[in-house]
Write a protein that binds this ligand. Structure first.
Ligand code: AHR
Length: 531
C-alpha cells in the first residue's frame, strides 16, 4: 500500500514535469512552423523545359554500355540501344541531349561515325578505343526512341567550318544534295531536326585554349557558315546557336562573357547567336576531390555550400549579359553542371565513375531551383552526365540498371517543365554545422498549363524536420498531394542490389481554410500539387 502510493506520487510528478517541459517548448515548436506564401497573382517567366537537359559524352561507360550495347547483345535492345535505359529516360521527358561532348566534341570527326566506321582513340578520357559505332544515325535514333531532341556540339578545336557545315547539311538538307542522298542511303531520307547547336566546347581549355578574341573570330565564322537547312526549322523554330561561354568561378570569365556579348551587341547581319553557355561543376578541390560515398555531415554541408555558388555565377554573368542584351534575347545555357567527385576505387580514373547519394539529390534540387528563379535568362541546362559518368541519372553494369537519387529528383520536377514561375516568400532561418551556415529550406512554385500549382520544398537540414504552413494568394486551395524523397543517411545510395534505398514516397499534406501544412523530413526534396 505504501509502495503503491509512492508509485502514484512518482507517476504524478513525472507527468507534471512532462507537461511543464511541453508547455515551455510550445512557443519554440510554434516558432518552428515556417510560414510560406506563394503569390499566384504575380506570375513570373516560363521555366524552360530545356533546363532539364542531359549530356551524353563519349566518355567511359556513358555511351558504350550505358546507351549502346549493339544489336547482337543479350541485353534487350532496339537497333543496339538498350531498352531499359530508353524506358527510364522516356519517363523523364528529357527535353534535349547534348552530344558528342564535352572535350570529346572538339576531336570528333563525324564522317568516322557514318557508313564504314573508323576506329580511333579517345585521348581525353583514358585513351581507350573509340569504335565510332555510335555515330550520327545511332544518336538520332537514340533521341528519337527517348522522345528527346538533339543538342549537337560541333568541333571547333580540331575541325573546320567546312566539316561542321557539311555535317549540318548531311543532317538537315531536304533537297537532294549529294550529302542528303548519302544520308538517305544510310537509312534516313527525311531531314533531321537539330534544335540546338553548340559552337565548340570549353574553347578556353580542352577545346583549344583560345583567348576570348580568338574564339570570337571562330564563333563569327562558324555561325555564318554552319546552317540548318531543314525547311521546318526556319523562322521561329530556328536552331539555337550557342556560343562557348564562361567556366567556373574564376575572375577571367568576366572578360570572356564581356567580349562575346559586346561583339554580339554590335554584330552585323552575317552572324548571330541565340545562347551563351556556362559550365560550373561542384568541386571543392580539383587536386583532391571529395568522395561520393562514405562521408558525413561535414562533407555534406561543404558540398552544398559550394553548389550554392551557382547563384552568384548566374547573377554575375546575367548582369554582364543585361548590359548588352537588356531584352534578354540571348539565353544563358548552363550546359555542364553537377557534382564531380573522386573516381570510385578500382574504376578507370579517366571514366569519371562516381556514386550518387542523397546529397546529390539535394544538390540537384538546389541547382534546378536556381535555374528556375532565373528563368528569364537561364533557358537551358545540361546536367553532367546522363549515364555512368559524374552525377548520373542512371548507372548500369552489364544487364543491370539502377536509377540514382538524382534521377528521382528530375522525375519529381517534371511538372515544372514549361510551367510558369510563381514567387514564393518565407524565412526558415539557417541550418548550421561547424563553421558552415546554409539556408535551411529552399522552395520554388510554378503553375502548369492546366492551372495546377506545384510547390517544391527542400529541407537542407540533415537532422531536423521542418514544418511548413503554406498559404497561396490568388488560389482557393482545396486539395493537395505530393511525394518526398529522403534517405536514412546523407550518403545513402541506390545500388544494383538495393535499388530502392532512395526513392520517392507519398507525403502527407493537410489542408485547412486554404492553408497547407506539410512536415518536411530532414534532408528531403518534396513536390506538392495544389489545386
Ligand atoms: O563532363 C566532363 C568534362 O568536363 C567535359 O568533357 C568538359 O567539357 C568538362 O571539362
Amino acid at each position: 500500500m505504501v509502495r503503491s502510493s509512492y508509485t502514484l506520487t512518482k507517476f504524478v510528478s513525472i507527468v507534471t514535469l512532462g507537461l511543464i517541459i511541453l508547455f515551455c517548448r510550445l512557443p519554440v515548436l510554434a516558432q518552428d512552423k515556417v510560414q510560406l506564401s506563394v503569390d499566384t497573382t504575380k506570375p513570373g517567366p516560363k521555366i524552360d523545359r530545356n533546363i532539364f537537359g542531359q549530356f551524353a559524352e563519349h566518355l567511359g561507360y556513358g555511351v558504350y554500355e550505358g546507351i549502346w550495347v549493339g544489336p547482337d547483345s543479350k541485353i534487350p535492345n532496339t537497333r543496339g540501344i538498350r531498352n531499359d535505359v530508353v524506358a527510364a529516360l522516356k519517363a523523364l521527358k528529357v527535353p534535349n541531349v547534348r552530344w558528342p561532348g564535352g572535350c570529346f566534341a572538339d576531336e570528333y570527326h563525324w564522317r568516322k561515325g557514318i557508313g564504314t566506321r573508323i576506329v580511333t582513340l579517345n585521348p581525353n578520357w583514358g585513351g581507350v578505343i573509340e569504335p565510332n559505332t555510335f555515330g550520327t544515325h545511332e544518336f538520332m535514333d537514340f533521341i528519337d526512341q527517348v522522345g528527346s531532341q538533339a543538342y549537337l556540339s560541333i568541333n571547333v578545336g580540331s575541325g573546320t567550318p567546312q566539316e561542321a557545315a557539311e555535317w549540318l547539311e548531311y543532317l538537315t538538307a531536304a533537297q537532294p544534295t549529294t550529302l542528303a542522298k548519302e544520308r538517305a542511303a544510310n537509312g534516313h531520307p527525311a531531314p533531321y531536326k537539330i534544335p540546338m547547336l553548340g559552337i565548340g566546347n570549353e574553347s578556353w581549355d580542352c577545346g583549344g585554349n583560345m583567348t576570348p578574341e580568338y574564339y570570337l573570330r571562330q564563333l563569327t565564322i562558324y555561325s555564318r557558315f554552319v546552317r540548318n537547312l531543314n525547311p521546318a526549322q526556319q523562322g521561329k523554330d530556328q536552331m539555337l546557336k550557342i556560343a562557348v561561354g564562361p567556366g567556373g568561378g574564376e575572375a577571367r570569365w568576366t572578360e570572356w562573357t564581356d567580349t562575346i556579348m559586346k561583339a554580339w551587341e554590335k554584330r552585323q547581319w552575317s552572324w548571330d547567336m541565340q545562347g551563351l553557355s556556362m559550365h560550373n561543376y561542384t568541386v571543392i578541390n580539383w587536386e583532391n576531390k571529395f568522395v561520393s560515398v562514405g562521408f558525413g555531415e561535414k562533407e555534406y554541408s561543404q558540398i552544398l555550400k559550394e553548389t550554392l555558388k551557382m547563384e552568384e555565377l548566374v547573377n554575375k554573368h546575367s548582369a554582364i549579359m543585361d548590359k548588352y542584351d537588356p531584352q534578354k534575347k540571348i539565353a544563358l545555357i548552363v550546359d555542364e553542371w553537377g557534382s564531380w567527385y573522386a573516381p570510385l576505387p578500382g574504376s578507370n580514373p579517366g571514366f569519371l565513375v562516381q556514386q550518387n547519394s542523397m546529397r546529390d539529390a539535394i544538390l540537384a534540387a538546389l541547382n534546378l531551383n536556381i535555374f528556375a528563379r532565373h528563368a528569364d535568362r537561364v533557358r537551358g541546362a545540361n546536367i553532367a552526365q546522363m549515364i555512368n559518368v559524374l552525377q548520373a541519372m542512371i548507372m548500369t553494369d552489364k544487364e543491370k540498371m539502377v536509377l540514382t537519387p538524382t534521377y528521382h529528383v528530375f522525375k519529381m520536377y517534371l511538372p515544372f517543365q514549361d510551367a510558369t514561375f510563381m514567387p514564393v516568400t518565407f524565412n526558415a532561418g539557417t541550418y548550421t554545422t561547424g563553421d558552415i551556415s546554409l539556408p535551411r529550406v529552399d522552395a520554388i512554385a510554378a503553375k502548369d498549363s492546366s492551372g495546377k500549382l506545384w510547390l517544391e520544398l527542400t529541407n537542407v537540414d540533415p537532422n531536423k524536420p521542418v514544418e511548413i504552413e503554406a498559404s497561396v494568394a490568388g488560389l482557393n486551395a482545396q486539395s493537395a498531394s505530393g511525394e518526398t524523397l529522403t534517405a536514412p543517411k546523407v550518403d545513402s545510395v541506390n545500388t544494383f542490389d538495393t535499388p530502392n534505398t532512395v526513392t520517392p514516397k507519398p507525403v502527407n499534406v493537410k489542408i485547412q481554410n486554404g492553408k497547407l501544412t506539410i512536415k518536411l523530413d530532414p534532408k528531403s526534396v518534396t513536390v506538392v500539387a495544389i489545386s
